[in-house]
Design a protein. Structure first.
Length: 414
DNA sequence: TCTGGGGTCCTAGGACCC
DNA sequence: TCTGGGGTCCTAGGACCC
């Protein structure tokens, strides 16, 4: 018996899930059959493409580009706003099916999972992949690609071959034929900044990278050079990281402001709304944070951040917001602000927390207050309670994504 | 009117301690 | 009198992923 890794990847995930949902609601048109995208709202400056249909792809529309640009390429493009709750449900449904086939499952992102199996031969692995793929299509109404290999990296590369609704293998003896001719850009961990550096070294394909001088790559790209050289040679051995074995490292929320801001009192209001969501998620995860970070993006998209280590770990909204205020005042260059972020890191579990003499005197009362507010918000919606600061203001009193249904995402780490 | 929002890890420099 | 070396923590910024 040998170990086989599967990488399951939902095709055009957000768009497929939206299409399935709409068909269930009685809509006649399948978004997957027309040029369509899931995208934000340009009026609030969130106008980028999150997912595209295959007909949209044929217009050369790309994920991450602006809706403005996409509309120039395809004027009758159908644009749909994202509906994250639906996507979370679709993702969970897929995960529940996959779990039935192996307890060794690693949820890699909202639309990707790794599984491992033992088989005595390749044919058996392909048969099972086919069964899984067909079952998801039949029961959930969307298609997936499945990549199969002897490690996660190769399985992931394989699932990215021809789409949609396909199974591909990329075993070590197939690397030279199937992977080396591909442009180096498609290799996991070769991103925007690395591509031009590799091109300058005369490296254009994954094969070029695989056969490049390792010492020189290490010299120019440090540990990252070694990593991508190994990936180009199919070397990777991390194995399945189960959801239980990994713990969350940080929690953050950020938002692009509908308009640039140049008054600190306006910025502070957004920062408070972001802090409300971050601390609520922090408490929900039963963590305390030791470090608080503010990040600011200018109109020209340049950005900077400022952080501080707290005297003692906390999950309290007021204490964390005080730190945020201090950080903002210290950091802000007084230039117009496009985007603001709040993040907490250096998390510790809150159940075995040792009280220190520096702790806030009313800590217990604060805890009770925080948890009461959290409960009300979970029960009646997040707008049930708001700070008086937000009364009659346009700023939403609590800003940020996904509270309850979260799961770990570890995207640049296999 | 034209670049989102959620993450993780790595690196480099400075502070500080022994 | 005159500059060692190792270790850890903190901070800022950059790179990557989906």
């Amino acid at each position: 018996m040998k170990k086989f890794y599967f990488h399951i990847d939902a095709n055009s995930a957000y768009l497929s899930w939206e299409a399935v949902y709409r068909l269930q609601q009685g809509e006649q048109i399948d978004l997957r059959d027309i040029p369509s995208v899931i995208g934000g709202n340009p009026k609030t400056r969130k106008g980028i493409i999150l997912a595209k249909s295959i007909p949209a792809k044929n217009y050369n529309i790309q994920t991450g580009e602006t809706l403005y640009k996409a509309l120039q390429k395809c004027p009758n493009l159908k644009i749909v706003s994202p509906n994250y709750h639906i996507y979370m449900k679709a993702s969970n449904a897929m995960h529940n099916i996959l779990k039935e086939y192996s307890p060794n499952i690693q949820r890699f992102s909202i639309d990707e999972s790794f599984l491992d199996f033992n088989f005595s031969n390749r044919t058996d692995s392909i048969k099972l992949a086919f069964k899984i793929k067909e079952r998801i299509k039949r029961e959930l109404g969307f298609t997936v690609n499945i990549g199969i290999s002897s490690n996660k990296l190769l399985a992931k590369v394989a699932s990215d071959f021809k789409k949609p609704d396909n199974i591909h293998t990329l075993f070590p003896d197939e690397i030279e034929e199937k992977m080396w001719p591909l442009p180096v850009d498609v290799l996991f961990m070769v991103g925007r900044a690395t591509i031009p550096k590799l091109h300058r070294m005369g490296i254009y394909t994954i094969g070029d990278l695989a056969n490049a001088n390792l010492d020189y790559l290490k010299y120019t790209l440090k540990s990252h050079g070694k990593l991508i050289w190994e990936y180009a040679n199919g070397i990777e051995s991390s194995g399945i990281r189960s959801d239980k074995s990994t713990s969350i490292k940080g929690i953050g929320n950020s938002t692009t402001l509908p308009r640039d801001i140049d008054q600190s009192k306006d910025a502070l209001m957004y920062l408070l709304a972001l802090t409300e969501m971050v601390t609520m998620r922090l408490r929900h995860n039963k963590k305390l944070c030791k470090v608080v970070v503010v990040s600011i993006k200018n109109t020209d998209l340049s950005h900077y951040s400022h952080q501080m280590t707290l005297i003692s770990p906390t999950d309290d909204t007021n204490i964390i917001y005080d730190a945020i205020k201090t950080l903002f005042h210290q950091a802000w260059h007084s230039q117009a602000i496009r985007h603001l972020g709040v993040r907490v890191t250096s998390l510790v579990d809150n159940d075995n927390y040792q009280y220190s003499i520096f702790d806030h005197r009313n800590l217990e009362n604060l805890r009770k207050l925080n948890s009461t507010i959290d409960d009300l918000r979970l029960k009646y919606g997040k707008d049930i309670i708001l700070r008086s600061t937000f009364l009659h203001k346009k700023v939403k009193p609590i800003i940020g994504g996904v509270g309850e249904d979260e799961y770990k995402m570890m995207s640049s780490l296999l």
